[in-house]
Design a binder for this molecule. Structure first.
Ligand SMILES: [Zn+2]
Length: 851
């Protein structure tokens, strides 16, 4: 598929004005293709000129432009030339389109639980053209009227409200002008729950085998949906823009959710098959709030070109966390944002591929490069920058600017400059001065607090970086039970300031801890003075505010990442502070970093076993006090127990751990709870398989008992994790036999996740150099016999994202990867992904060799 360049898109939007699409699909045929008929009406500002439309069919049956036949043979790749345009034009296209198994286009999924088939259109970025003929760029917005002919017992939903017209035919209401990448259709024998709120029809949808899960969760899902809807109604002057609000939980969605106007699609594992933590429910609620924010940010007002992805994603991320905290029972969102999102933002922003939050259009030269924009800079750093902007402007001014922006550009498109004009008008000052360093430059600033000698003199905040920061410095004294907050001192650190002097209240008497960026309103790394560093080491867990603890944990993480604190020290701090931790989410993040980053990547292989033993011992600590004196199963802190049990399973290694896991499986529960549900059972079986303590027969036995799609994926992960060469060769062939062979995106991910295991480093050593050669070969289409099948580019990226041998942190692996990067025929987006993975690997090698 040829990528669309920025110049081509700009030229086409100068020339054309699209007035509407009529899309008619027939999905009653076989499992390979579906019928697609498109009528596009559009104007041309230079009659006589030519243009093109995108289409990726299995077969183009017929195209008619202004009553004249267009020879289907003129379709070149994914472009159909449209010569000799008139002032007003009508194009009719009829084609057979291929179903997708990779989430790009009309994805087709058959449920292993009951044999039912489900479809969902994922148009993201430039995949609408895999379903209908489209001018597939964000700034050619047009109303879309869709119709679908489906099997008689199916339900169809989409952007406009769908109504059955008899005999399996569904007609959808015309939408307001919208971008092609947001067109969706969801079809299948879905189970639905319908209701209404403020006159807007609300729907929840899931496949039949998840109907019980949807019924179980509907009250919570709808409560969050209503609360967010009401909050947006309150703060946005522009009313909800669409005729209905459906939320469809669809199979095998690659991203968490997609913000299609009026019809959001979610990964259906959000209808949790097993017990989850409050943090996981909060994440789901945050995604609901995030996608709903997109109805305004991205859908009502759309970026002109992909360089402004942040106008959608940074805003939706910020609003998602903010509205959830303001309007629902999930109030602890910002510490989760700090630990999960911001850490990924800092990591991304320190790689060579770091880019400004809002790049120039030419910095995103084509749609392939645009894929890279959906990254942790656009989401996490951009949202952090907005949190800082709100600290500068105040919430009312920020909202006034945003509402002006919606009013001016409703159902149209906008750029960074348009947004800044609106914010500047509202603020009465030039917000561009703030935006320059914050949105147009890359990299992370560092704020350092120091205490000049002798003690008691005023301390300083020094600043390495180019951005102004409005931050609060937490001043803490030793108290009997906790670190007592003396004051949060507001500090304005100008962009060019080398040092700012703190007021006397921060230094007299000498505090135990000065915590820069307390409250986490800015986006920066923080370095503590030696006294404060000691206080964090001894007393981090005694900070009362979870957000302060999150900032402190992130500062420790930064030191480890930067090679300034031995990684083992992170385990020591975890063991010291987690037993008193009350926030399960925080404990989960710290345990996860200790397990997957410190133990697997940063510690030399010889120390890994001891690290795993320390982590399991810590998890037992988290479990044991809660066992004492409790009635069986009446856990006082289910959240922390679940976090600890999961941590213990993942880190189990010695014979004692293995026999404990077997006894849990036999009893169907962990002593003291929780009961083992399907997820925990599979997690235990995976760990036992990795350690060579469970056999293929045991995997097949459980696979036979669990026919759900999630169960089958877990079985595939376990099979790939078996520590014998036959199993590894089979998994390798499945992953790399022709761009992922016949695996769906989810199956490929599960297999890749199972394949590489740090515990099996010796067995896998020979596969590491082969991996890079195979990646390049697959990317070039060689392994697929010359052509990469439709959607396979996405599978190759999956192979690089989830199938990368991170545990093999040594110079030889780095060299093999660099050779692949230098000589492989890789697309730009794959090149960037591989370069990022290699950079993380180099960091692991550096941290390993530093101690
Ligand atoms: Zn989003």
């Amino acid at each position: 598929m040829t990528a669309l360049t920025f110049e081509e898109a700009r030229e086409r939007s100068r020339l054309l004005d699209v007035s509407g699409y009529r899309v008619d699909l027939d999905v009653t045929g076989g499992g390979e293709t579906f019928g697609s008929a498109t009528v596009v009406r559009f104007g041309c500002r230079a009659p006589g000129a030519g243009s093109f439309i995108e289409l990726s069919p299995a077969r183009l049956r017929r195209a008619v432009l202004n009553g004249r036949e267009v020879d289907p043979a003129t379709l070149t790749g994914n472009r159909l030339p449209l010569p000799g345009l008139r002032e007003t034009n009508e194009l009719r296209v009829e084609s057979d389109m291929p179903y997708s198994r990779t989430g790009a286009g009309l994805h087709r999924f058959t449920d292993t639980a009951d044999g039912e088939t489900y479809l969902a259109l994922h148009g993201g970025l430039d995949n609408a053209q895999r379903v209908f003929a489209a001018f597939d760029q964000p700034d050619l917005k047009a109303p879309v009227t869709a119709a679908v002919t489906a099997p008689g017992d199916w339900t169809v939903i989409g952007n406009g409200r769908a109504r059955p017209a008899g005999d399996g035919r569904w007609e959808l209401a015309a939408t307001p002008p919208m971008a092609t990448y947001l067109v969706t259709l969801v079809a299948g024998p879905y189970f639905s729950i319908s209701t209404e709120h403020h006159g807007v029809p609300f729907g929840l949808h899931a496949r039949q085998s998840l109907a019980g899960n949807l019924r179980r969760d509907a009250a919570e899902l709808l409560a969050v949906t209503r609360a967010c809807f009401d909050r947006y109604r309150e703060i946005f002057a522009e009313p909800y823009p669409y005729d209905s609000y459906d939320q469809a939980f669809v199979p095998e969605l690659e991203s968490g959710a997609v913000e299609n106007p009026g019809c959001v699609t979610f990964r259906d594992d959000f209808l949790f098959p097993s017990a989850v933590t409050r943090a996981e429910r909060q994440l789901r609620a945050m995604v609901i709030a995030h996608e709903m924010a997109h109805m305004w940010f991205g859908d009502l007002v759309t970026m002109r070109w992909w360089n402004d992805v942040w106008l959608s994603e940074s805003f939706a991320t910020y609003m998602g966390f903010r509205v959830l905290a303001d309007a629902t029972a999930f109030t602890g969102t910002w510490s989760d944002f700090a630990l999960s999102h911001k850490t990924r933002g800092y990591d991304a922003d320190q790689r060579a591929s770091a880019h400004p939050v809002a790049p120039e259009p030419r910095e995103v030269p084509d749609t392939d490069a645009a894929r890279g924009g959906y990254d942790d800079i656009s989401y996490a750093k951009g949202a952090s920058a907005l949190r800082q902007l709100v600290a500068w402007l105040g919430w009312p001014v920020f909202l006034a600017g945003i509402n002006d922006y919606f009013a001016r550009y409703r159902f149209g498109c906008a750029t960074l400059a348009d947004l800044l004009d609106c914010l500047s008008r509202a603020a009465g000052t030039d917000v561009g001065e703030w935006a320059g360093p914050w949105l147009r430059s890359s990299g992370v600033d560092t704020l350092t607090v120091s205490r000049p000698e002798p003690p008691g003199r005023v301390g300083c905040v020094s600043h390495a970086g180019g951005r102004p920061h409005r931050v609060w410095i937490g001043v803490y004294d030793e108290g009997p039970d906790e670190l007592a907050l003396r004051a949060r001192v507001p500090v304005l650190v100008p962009a060019d300031a080398a040092a700012v002097v703190l007021p006397a209240v921060a230094m007299r008497p000498e505090p135990a801890l000065l915590l820069p960026n307390d409250g986490d309103f800015s986006y920066c790394k923080v370095r503590l003075d030696p006294v404060s560093q000691e206080t964090i080491a001894s007393s981090l867990g005694r900070l009362a505010d979870p957000l302060s603890r999150a900032v402190a944990w992130n500062s420790v993480r930064d030191l480890v990442q930067d090679g300034q604190l031995p990684p083992r020290q992170y385990l020591v701090l975890a063991a010291r502070h987690l037993p008193a931790e009350t926030d399960g989410s925080m404990a989960g993040h710290v345990l996860g970093y200790a397990r997957w980053t410190v133990a697997d990547r940063y510690l030399p292989a010889g120390l890994r076993g001891a690290a795993l033993a320390e982590i399991t011992s810590l998890c037992r600590d988290l479990l044991s006090p809660r066992l004492a004196g409790e009635a069986d199963g009446a856990g006082g802190d289910d959240e922390m127990r679940l976090v600890a049990v999961r941590g213990l399973i993942d880190s189990a290694s010695g014979p004692g751990d293995i026999s404990a896991l077997w006894s849990w499986l036999a009893a169907g529960r962990v002593p003291g709870g929780p009961d083992l549900d399907s997820r925990l059972r599979w997690q235990i079986l995976l760990r036992l398989t990795v350690l060579g303590a469970a056999s293929r027969a045991e995997i097949e036995h459980d696979a036979g008992r669990d026919a759900t799609a999630a169960g089958q994926l877990s079985a595939a992960r376990c099979r790939a994790a078996l520590p014998d060469d036959d199993a590894k060769q089979a998994a390798w062939a499945a992953m790399l036999g022709g761009a992922g062979g016949s695996l769906s995106g989810y199956e490929l991910t599960a297999t890749a996740q199972g394949f590489w295991q740090a515990d099996q480093a010796e067995l896998l050593a020979g596969y590491v150099p082969r991996y890079f050669a195979a990646l390049a070969e697959t990317a070039a289409g060689g392994a697929a016999g010359g052509t990469v099948p439709p959607g396979a580019a996405g599978l190759v990226r999956t192979l690089c994202r989830h199938g990368f041998p991170h545990h093999a942190a040594d110079v030889a692996t780095v060299r093999a990867g660099e050779l692949c990067l230098a000589t492989g025929a890789l697309t730009g987006s794959l090149r960037r992904l591989l370069a990022d993975q290699l950079e993380d690997l180099r960091r692991s090698v550096a941290v390993r060799s530093a101690y």
